[in-house]
Design a protein around this ligand. Structure first.
Ligand code: SF4
Ligand code: SF4
Ligand code: SF4
Length: 251
């Protein structure tokens, strides 16, 4: 019996699902080992009997919380899919502002206060609402990591995220360090697994996969000393994805 999988989206750009849709011919390999029973981006089929629910997006409104709880009830395994789901992601930027101020600045004087579609106080990560069994972070997710996840689960094996920083992957590839070019890179504190895709193309890591539970303070101190940087410089950079309020914790 093949494992049945379904994809669901909440507040997101759907870029993580698109990573799966873009697997193209490799989708055929995927459907050799799993049955995709719901995936709006690639098929009209919608079935409620799934084993694994991939949940993309952050959770913003009471109606989203209710829907997510239903998905949780139906799924044997629930996977937070992408950084919006794992961490709240870029959607948490809005948590800095009052809802009324946001509504007014975007929609002007329209009265949307009592409209349930706009009833959104704070963006939340999926595990702030329901239990999450696995996390696949990234903005967007890494396709290789997704394939590794599906293969592990289909074979009944445990899936684990790396527990080391992006710098490890970056150094393995022999990239020059971007601090040497005067750029600030979050690789030393960010969970690896993306094969250091950004620094490999000359862009500093922005921390989209989340902050490691225990980054090496010694390494970070060394960087601060060598490049005359401070904790404030670091905190300024991690705001986009983390706000400093989410780190990976291992049970
Ligand atoms: S994690 Fe990034 S790519 Fe994925 S849905 Fe959110 S914003 Fe889009
Ligand atoms: S460029 Fe970034 S990820 Fe690569 S070694 Fe330097 S700090 Fe680490
Ligand atoms: S290098 Fe950093 S920002 Fe880029 S994908 Fe990897 S974790 Fe995300």
């Amino acid at each position: 019996m093949k494992v049945k999988v379904a994809f669901f989206d909440f507040a997101s750009c759907e870029g993580c699902q698109l990573q799966v849709a873009n697997l193209e011919e490799e989708i055929l390999d995927l459907i050799e080992i799993v049955d995709i029973v719901s995936f709006r981006e690639i098929s009209d089929i919608r079935l409620d009997n799934y084993d694994i629910a991939f949940v993309e997006g952050s959770i913003n409104r009471p109606m989203d919380e209710e829907r997510l709880k239903e998905i949780r009830k139906n799924a044997k395994i629930l996977v937070a899919f992408g950084s919006c789901a794992c961490l709240g992601g870029v959607n948490k930027l809005r948590n800095r502002f009052e809802r009324d101020i946001l509504l007014k600045s975007i929609y002007g004087d329209k009265n949307l206060k009592d409209n349930p579609f706009f009833n959104s106080e704070k963006a939340k990560a999926v595990d702030e609402v329901v239990k999450v069994d696995y996390y696949i972070p990234g903005c967007p997710i890494d396709r290789e990591e997704f394939k590794r996840f599906v293969t592990s689960i289909a074979l009944g094996k445990k899936f684990e995220l790396p527990n080391y920083p992006v710098c490890v992957e970056c150094k393995k590839k022999g990239n020059p360090c971007l601090f040497e070019e005067g750029k600030f890179c979050l690789g030393p504190i960010t969970l690896a697994g993306c094969d250091a895709i950004c620094p490999s193309k000359g862009s500093p890591c922005l921390g989209c996969r989340g902050i490691l539970e225990k980054p090496s303070t010694e390494y970070i101190r060394e960087i601060f000393d060598r490049y005359n940087l401070s904790y404030e410089d670091l905190a300024d950079k991690w705001n986009m994805f983390n706000f400093g309020d989410r780190v990976w914790r291992r049970e």
